[in-house]
Ligand binder design. Sequence first.
Ligand SMILES: Cc1cc2nc3c(=O)[nH]c(=O)nc-3n(C[C@H](O)[C@H](O)[C@H](O)COP(=O)(O)O)c2cc1C
Length: 171
Amino acid sequence: MVDDKLIEAFDTIRSGVYIVTSAYRRKPAGCTVVWLSRVSFDPPLLAVHLAPGGHTFETITKGKRFCVNILGDSGLLLARAFGFASGSTQNKFEDIPYTSSASGSPLLESAIGYIDCKLQSMTPVGDHVMVIGEIIDAARTSEEQPMIYDPHTFYVKGGLRVESLGQQAGE
Ligand SMILES: Cc1cc2nc3c(=O)[nH]c(=O)nc-3n(C[C@H](O)[C@H](O)[C@H](O)COP(=O)(O)O)c2cc1C
């Protein structure tokens, strides 16, 4: 049951905005994610909840590693670029400066920090897959404030609010 009331309730959950990246056979993948949570200190674990079938999901499945790139307040354009297109049909990394993390996943230069992981497990839960990563490296690399997910910036009732996105992005 996904109705407006559930979406409204879910939208009260405060979250950061992240780009989860991975690589397989030197081909990078990445998508915008807000469904992410801390799981354990010892061992250090986090969970990313991904809809199956996407390019990033498939790449993590094959490459068995991923990196959570933490976006700052100025990351809206990046979040849009990685959240509204699939790497299976376009190269999202063209013109995006990045290096390689310890796990070999793309580390975006404009991220304010990162949490780099080896894949520990993938468990289907409802219509998403709970992707658990064992953290092998993490750092905050900028003092910029983390971006807080605001659904009104990205969507209106499940659809795109493109005009508002354009204004916010200064287009
Ligand atoms: C703000 C925002 C948050 C998103 N959060 C998630 C998420 O938590 N989990 C998920 O599976 N997809 C999420 N998405 C959707 C993916 O980013 C989107 O399907 C993307 O196109 C997948 O790209 P890929 O096929 O290259 O992996 C989000 C999109 C946006 C715009």
